[in-house]
Design a protein. Structure first.
Lengths: 336, 345
């Protein structure tokens, strides 16, 4: 069998912080022993969800090769990213593309928007003639609901956040990579246009066979388009399964809190309880050995402090949760 | 629903902010982009007004207009903004500077990306406080910053960190803390919780509501997350291509939206209850330098009529506290003769 297009094996990333008043120098484990496989066939959309600081952007950065792993491996068609030569890296960079949370930083403020497209078309030699280039750009823009005449001659600051985001989608549409890492691609776009971007993602998946790492905190869009979902909590997977399994029947206490916090789009169904975030100091100190959700968990047990819970299989159909509540009734999904 | 005390009803009728015919253009070599095309609305004491609309519809520009923060090539073309009886647009700059931030504060969109990367977090907040209130006792300032941190759910360790060491969510909360640091009368929060995950978003949203209550602030929340709007705001103003097309209490907008664009907006809200096919609405709008004569929504409107192409519908109060700009309705809110809305509601 062909190796998967992308495989992340036991990835760990530790940042060292500067320290100072109230905060001695310390290490932040942004990603811990994280594994994920994306098969070439069929192309899929894998959602990575989790709260702010859970390591989503860190995951995107290591996959894109922007920052090295502390330990573990990233394999592209079986080859380790860390051992690639220049030519292989170039191939990797073309085939694993990014769409960012706030794309503003990606643009050069002194060039018009058309420059973004001209650069990538020249760099990857995508077009043979000026007119072919123009047609390609127009097609890509139309996919995301824009017209060339409206945006190409503008400067980045003249577009709204959502317009800039859609330009980035149009740009990757031109490159047609194997994997797109999309970090919050719709978080700045409103409901009526969000559908157009998500539809563009589905189109890329089904027609061009592009797989997505869809990084988001918006569970409702993930629910609409995602195939599988991975919920991160403080750098480790709390729960994974198909999007429908996890969102319809969340098992991990954190994931239950998460799903419950999605605001109901109905003014008659207002939040009836106040939730609190625990103090971070307490939160981190108690978690050096056991389950990282322990300080916030309503169902915690002494057992939970012993070691980081491994993923337990809930139903024998790929729905797994890293929580000792499922230790007895489930067989272990992955040996510790 | 709990009975609202009479005193609060009185208060709620007092207008703190009145915006009249505000018009903001951006100059480009090929003509002015009409970002805000003459909008009118009021903000009542203690209320939270949601300003929604798609990207590029002019929400942020409207906020900049109200705060006189429009930067060239943009300019306020006309309009009046009155805050607590003071007219702002024509006020001289030094008087206005005093009001801005102390009475009227903006938490700008993407504020988290404009934090000074070389300055520790606490300095950015204390500098903002001291710039308006003058030098202060160090210990008291520190207490105040830590209290602000508690209000927005930031851990104490952030006090001495640099912005690049924080996650996006933490940076956003630093910006919210800065926005409320001077206890303003009106806060305009532009997409302030958009970059946050749901649990933190909920905590921050509830914190904002609590802070709002405690400090008696009135708030304009700009955003596009209709779920969050449903939870947080009292009234909603829907913006499209520089115009307000509908203004009504939040329940009304969700249950009985009248403007065709609001109807699209409500229908395309993704749900966690059922997995349904995406509802795509044509995302293409007109050239903002060159709006068509007549209704600004005509290119996307499923109900467009002859009259819509020549005559711009004014924003009219059709039902109690329910303003709509659309030719489909008579002055009393009933549908005009011959109009069919079958697919829309
Ligand atoms: N360069 C850095 N130096 C020190 N700590 C960092 C650095 N970058 C990230 N961190 C820390 O790593 C953790 C994960 O951060 P990351 O940006 O990946 O979170 P995230 O899930 O993307 O959050 P958000 O949704 O808010 O963007 C956080 O605790 C953050 O403070
Ligand atoms: N500096 C600028 N120069 C020219 N046009 C601009 C500028 N800033 C915004 N615009 C245009 O003004 C319109 C409204 O933008 P904005 O207020 O940012 O929208 P929103 O906040 O609703 O997303 C858009 O068409 C945008 O492209
Ligand atoms: S392992 Fe224990 S502390 Fe962790 S989520 Fe499960 S029950 Fe709660
Ligand atoms: S005025 Fe006409 S075009 Fe405009 S929203 Fe109403 S029906 Fe549609
Ligand atoms: Mg992030
Ligand atoms: Mg905006």
């Amino acid at each position: 069998m062909a190796p998967p297009v992308l495989e992340i094996r036991n990835a760990t990333k530790v940042y060292r912080t500067s320290g100072g008043f109230l905060s001695p120098k310390k290490e932040v484990v942004a990603l811990q022993d994280y594994s994920l496989t994306i098969e070439k066939q069929p192309a899929s959309i894998t959602t990575i969800a989790g709260e702010s600081g859970s390591g989503k952007t860190t995951l995107a950065n290591v996959v894109l090769g922007f920052t090295p792993l502390t330990s573990g491996q990233i394999l592209f068609h079986g080859q380790d990213l860390a051992t690639m030569n220049r030519r292989q890296l170039l191939h990797y960079r073309r085939n694993v593309q990014a769409v960012f949370q706030d794309p503003f930083g990606v643009y050069n403020p002194f060039y018009r928007i058309e420059h973004v497209f001209h650069t990538v078309i020249r760099h990857f030699k995508l077009a043979e003639s000026e007119s072919q280039m123009r047609d390609m750009i127009e097609e890509a823009l139309n996919v995301v609901g824009l017209h060339g005449v409206d945006v190409l001659r503008k400067y980045p600051h003249q577009l709204s956040g959502g317009q800039r985001q859609r330009i980035m989608m149009a740009r990757v549409y031109l490159i047609k990579p194997e994997v797109i890492v999309a970090d919050e691609p719709v978080s700045m776009v409103d409901a009526s246009l969000r559908a157009a971007i998500l539809e563009a993602m589905l189109g890329l998946r089904d027609e061009l066979g592009v797989s997505f790492l869809y990084i988001t905190h918006d569970l409702s869009t993930a629910y609409q388009v995602g195939d599988r979902i991975n919920i991160l909590y403080q750098g480790s997977v709390a729960e994974t399964g198909t999007t429908v399994q996890v969102i319809d029947r969340p098992q991990h206490p954190y994931v239950q809190l998460l799903v419950d916090s999605v605001p109901a789009p109905d003014p008659a169904e207002k939040w009836d309880t106040e939730i609190e975030l625990p103090d971070e100091e307490v939160l981190r100190s108690a978690t050096s050995t056991g389950c990282r959700f322990y300080p916030r968990c309503p169902q915690r047990m002494d057992r939970c402090l012993e070691a980081l819970p491994p993923l337990y299989d809930i139903d024998g159909r790929g729905h797994e949760a890293a929580c000792y509540l499922y230790e007895d009734e489930a067989q272990m999904a992955s040996a510790p | 629903m709990a009975e609202i005390p009479a005193e609060q009803v009185q208060r709620r009728r007092r207008k703190v902010l009145e915006v009249r015919n505000l018009r903001v253009h951006y100059e480009t070599p090929t003509g002015d982009v009409i970002a805000v095309a003459g909008i009118d609305f009021d903000l009542y004491d203690g209320e939270t007004l949601g300003l929604v609309g798609e990207s590029g519809s002019g929400k942020s520009t409207a906020a900049y207009g109200i705060l006189k923060l429009v930067q060239p090539p943009g300019r306020i073309v006309e309009g009046d903004v009155t805050l607590d009886g003071d007219e702002l647009v024509h006020m001289n700059d030094s008087s206005f500077r005093q009001i801005r931030w102390t009475k009227l504060a903006l938490i700008p969109q993407g504020a988290m990306n404009s934090l000074n990367p070389t300055m520790r977090v606490h300095r950015q907040i204390t500098d903002a406080i001291e710039a308006h209130e003058g030098k202060q006792d160090k210990e008291a300032l520190r207490e105040r910053v830590l209290e602000l941190f508690r209000m927005v759910g930031l851990p104490q360790r952030v006090y001495n960190m640099f912005p690049h060491e924080l996650s996006g969510g933490m940076k956003q909360r630093v910006c919210i803390a800065m926005g409320i640091a001077l206890h303003p009368t009106v806060v305009i929060a532009d997409e302030s919780t958009s970059a946050l995950d749901v649990v933190v978003q909920r905590v921050v949203a509830q914190t904002m509501l609590r802070v709002k209550q405690a400090l008696g602030v009135s708030m304009i929340m700009i955003g596009h997350d209709m779920g969050l709007m449903a939870q947080m705001v009292d009234r909603i103003a829907v913006m499209y291509a520089g115009k307000l097309v509908e203004v009504a209490p939040v329940e009304t907008i969700f249950d009985e939206p009248m403007h065709p664009y609001s109807q699209v907006l409500i229908e395309s809200i993704p749900s966690l209850k059922e997995r349904k096919p995406l509802k795509i609405t044509e995302g293409i709008t007109h050239d903002p330098r060159n709006p068509p004569p007549g209704c600004i929504f005509q290119l996307r409107c499923p109900h467009v009529m002859e009259r819509c192409r020549s005559e711009a519908p004014p924003l009219r109060e059709l039902l109690m506290r329910h303003e709509v700009a659309c030719h489909l309705y008579n002055d009393d809110g009933s549908l005009i003769e011959g109009a069919k809305l079958e697919a829309a509601s």
